[in-house]
Design a protein around this ligand. Sequence first.
Ligand code: ADP
Ligand code: MG
Length: 559
Amino acid sequence: MNDVRGIRLLDAETVGQIAAGEVIERPLSVVKELVENALDAGATRIAVRVRGGGLGEIEVADDGSGIDAADLPLAVLRHGTSKLFDAAGLARIGTLGFRGEGLASIAAVARVTIVSRTPDAQIAAAVDAHAETVGPCRPLAGPPGTRVVVRELFANVPVRREYLRSPAAEFARISQWLATLALAYPHVGFTLEHDGRGVFAFAPGDPIELRLAHVFGHGARAMVEVRDAGDAGRAGISGFISSPGDDRADRRAQVLFVNGRLLRSTLLSGAWTAAYRTFAMVGRHPYGVLFLRVPPHEVDPNVHPTKSDVRLRHADRVLTMVREALATSLRRGAVERLERSISHSPPPRANGSGEAVFAWSDSFVALEDTSALRVLAQIDRTYILATDGSAIVLVDQHAAHERIVFEQLRANASRNAAAEPLLIPHSFEVSPDQAERLDAALETLCAGGLIVEPFGERAYRIVATPAHLVHAGKTRAFDVADFIDGLNDECRGLDAAQRIWASLACHSVVRAGERLEPPEMTTLVERLQTCDNPMHCPHGRPTIVRLEPDAVARLFKRL
Ligand code: ADP
Ligand code: MG
C-alpha cells in the first residue's frame, strides 16, 4: 500500500545499494510497472488497454490512492518513490516497487502522460513526460485514482523494436502475465482490452476458479487446493496444483508468487519434483500456482534488475515446507477423489469369498449397530475417535480405507467391471527387478481393472484404472514403486489376485500421519460400515477397536 509520506528522491547511499535499474525491453515491461504501481496504490480495479501489441498505446487506469498534484513531477523522476526512504528500508520491502525507477524508465523510451487524483482532491492533475523532460502540472477532470498513458514506445530506440515479435505475440505475453498475476490478487478486479476488444474481465472477489480456468485451461477444474499451511508471522504456503496424472511437457505453468510478487518458478522446481515423485510422474511436469508468504525481512527482492528473482534467507526451510505442503495436498486430493468416486459406486456384493484368515478377529467385539457411530476427532493423525454413545471406538484410518478399496477392487473383478480408460496414459519407469515383479502381476491387475502396458525398456504406462476408483478419467494417485514392492508382502490366506489388490489398496489410500478433516473421517467411517468385513484390513489387521463402558469403568476402578 502506498505510504502517505509522499514521494521523495532516494539518497545516494540507497541508490548505490539498489540492483541495476528497471529495464523496459518490451511492451509487457511497461504493463508490469504500471500494474504493479496500481497494486501498490491499493487499487481494487485495474483496467489495462493496449493497442497494436503495446507499440500503439498502453493505458493502465486504477482506483487506487492517487498521487498528490505536488508530487506528480517527482513520480517520473529517477529514484523518486514513496515506498522506500533509506537503505535500511531495503531490508523489509512490502511493496512491489521500491526503486523509484519504473515511471522514469518508461518515460526514457516513450511519451508518458499521468493523470491522477487523490481522494480528497477536487480535481485531477496531469503531467507529460518524455526522455529527460517533465512538463508542467496541469489540472484535468478525472476520477480518483491514476491513469497512465504510454505512446510511441521505443520510437527513440528503434533497435529495441527490432527485438520485438509481432503485435499479436507481444500482446499474448501481456495477456498471459496479467491473467496470471490476477491469481494472486483475487480481491482486485482486472480488465484487459486489445484494440478495443475486451479480452477478459475479472470482477473483484470473483471465484478463484474462474481465474484458474483462464490461466490453466479445463484441467483446472480438477486442481487440488493447497490449504494455507503456516501461521501469521512465519512462512506460509497456499495455492492450487494439478492433480497427479495431469501434467505438462515443461515447467512453464508452474507459477510462483512470493509475497504477491510473481517470480520465475525455478526457485521451487525441486520441491515440485520431489512432491510429485511419489505419484509416478516421470519426464513431465505438474502445474499450478503457489503463493508463498515469508516475513519481509527474510526475503530480498533487490537481487535482480527486473525483480523476477528473490533471495530467501531460510531457503532450505522454505523448500521443505513447500514440498511437504504439496505432498500433503496431493494425498488429500487423492483421498477426496477416491471418496467421491466410492460414494458414487454401487455397494460391493456380499460374497465373503476366500479371504485372509483373520487371526485377531475373536479378540474384538463386533459392532452390532454401527449406524450410530459418531466421529469425534482425529488422534495422532492416525486414528479416528468415534462413539456410538456408550463405547469408545477407535478406527485405524489407513487400515479402514484399505478395506474399503480392497472390497471395491474385488467387486470390480467379480463383476467384470469395466476399466476406465485414461485420456492420457500415465507412464513410469521401474528398476529391473521391479519390472520382473510387475510383469508377473500385469494379468491380475488387468482383471481388477488396472491396465498397465509395457512401454519400452523398464517403462510402463497405465492406460486404464479400476472403474469407480478414479474420478473424471484421472489416474489414481498411488505410489507405483511402493505398490510393486508391496506385491512381495507375505500374506497368508490371500490368493495371488487378492494380494495384488491388497497392495494396490494399501498404496492408494490415506496413510497414517495424514490429517483428515471431519467430513473425510465421517465418509471413511460410514463407508467402512458397509463393507463385508469392516473389522479388518485386507492383511488381517484390525480396523476398529472398541473400549466398552465396562472396560472404561475398570480403568477408573469403579468395578
Ligand atoms: P516505485 O514504484 O519503485 O516507487 P515508480 O517510478 O514506479 O517507482 O513510481 C514512482 C512513485 O509514483 C511511486 O512510489 C508512487 O508514489 C507513485 N505512483 C506511481 N504510480 C502510481 C499509481 N498508479 N497510484 C499511486 N501512486 C503511484
Ligand atoms: Mg513502480
